[in-house]
Design a protein around this ligand. Structure first.
Ligand SMILES: [Zn+2]
Length: 77
């Protein structure tokens, strides 16, 4: 069980953010436009990255879903 983690709204569209978890990893993605962080081992880490998302290269930036691409192409992590 994890404590409820507060997620800020999407930086691109203002939509509602939600966790997207698989067996081992969790990421935060926007339910509206689909941008996401990369996957992390803990929900809190993903939430921290999502909520930080300023000029950090590790987070979504502007309207470009920069983290979606490595998440999809680098599937052997
Ligand atoms: Zn969005």
């Amino acid at each position: 069980m994890s404590a409820a983690l507060n997620l800020l709204s999407c930086p691109c569209c203002g939509g509602k953010a939600q966790f997207d978890s698989d067996v081992e990893q969790t990421r935060v993605m926007c339910a509206e436009c689909g941008i996401s962080t990369r996957s992390y081992f803990t929900a809190s880490e993903a939430a921290n990255v999502w909520n930080r998302r300023t000029s950090d290269s590790d987070t979504v930036h502007a309207a470009v879903s920069v983290d979606v691409l490595p998440a999809l192409t680098d599937g052997n992590s």
